[in-house]
Design a protein around this ligand. Structure first.
Ligand SMILES: [Zn+2]
Length: 271
């Protein structure tokens, strides 16, 4: 790393400016809400200040690829069924659910005595899981055949929590691969087996996400269209609570998914 970047104050400023530029342009492109942009600035500033350029670069690979996929799908959806065109903007809850664990792993490197190699594996494992899950959701939604339930194997309607498709599963693996390879290319690690660790951690995290989504996620029943949905509102009216744990919303499920990715990443690198 360049010498001037070693200075803590300079790094803090560089992180603040760099992530503000990214957050501002994402807010303008409608990828982030105002609260989401603020959360993204916190995540970006911490990763540059505590980790450095290689860590921040990995966050960007996740963030840019996921935002592009969401926007691309939104454009397709809007053309197909304009009535359902809903904003794909991520708020602070979504940003922190996907990036909070990774940011925490990065911040922990500031504590002397904690192994930075292990923390980097947790960081990359969390981002690998977030990327795998986001890619699976966005690309899997384009599958022509109905998903099957991750636990029962039965066909379920598209959009059902816990439903997985072959296309979505392949996308999850590809997303985790991208994060693993990027960690090597960006210079976050020199360990050639590291991408494989991120692949396993990320894919496992996304699989756990599907299982939790299937069993515990809080779902609502829309009285208007009769569908089971994740939000408390559908067809512009309040939906009825149907099943699952009340606090287990989509953000909580995503947070657990990235925590599993981080734990498996750290475990594999220690072994
Ligand atoms: Zn509805």
């Amino acid at each position: 790393m360049q010498e001037w970047l070693q200075e803590p104050v300079i790094r803090l400023l560089a992180g603040l400016i760099g992530s503000s530029v990214v957050a501002w342009s994402s807010w303008r492109k409608q990828s982030l809400t105002s609260s989401g942009a603020l959360a993204a600035i916190v995540v970006g500033t911490v990763t540059v200040a505590a980790g450095g350029a290689a860590w921040f670069g990995l966050v960007l690979v996740f963030f840019v690829s996921s935002s592009m996929l969401t926007r691309w799908k939104q454009a397709r959806k809007a053309a197909a069924e304009s009535a359902y065109a809903k904003g794909g903007r991520r708020d602070a809850g979504q940003v922190l659910a996907n990036g909070g664990i990774a940011t925490a792993c990065c911040a922990l490197t500031l504590i002397p005595g904690l192994d930075p190699t292990m923390l980097y594996a947790g960081f990359a494992g969390a981002l690998g899981a977030a990327t795998a899950d986001t890619w699976a959701t966005e690309i899997g939604g384009l599958s022509r055949s109905d998903p099957f339930h991750i636990l029962t194997g039965k066909r379920v309607p598209a959009g059902t929590s816990g439903g997985i498709t072959w296309l979505g599963s392949a996308a999850a693996i590809a997303g985790a691969c991208l994060i693993g390879l990027s960690s090597l290319l960006l210079g976050g690690t020199t360990d050639m087996s590291f991408p494989l660790i991120v692949l396993v951690a990320g894919t496992a995290g996304a699989a756990v996400d599907s299982v939790i989504g299937a069993v515990w996620q809080h779902m609502y029943h829309c009285v208007s269209c009769g569908r089971f949905v994740e939000s408390s509102e559908h067809c512009s009216m309040p939906a009825r609570p149907a099943r699952g744990l009340r606090w287990m919303d989509n953000d909580a499920v995503n947070g657990i998914c990235t925590a599993v990715g981080a734990c498996i990443g750290m475990l594999l690198v220690v072994l």
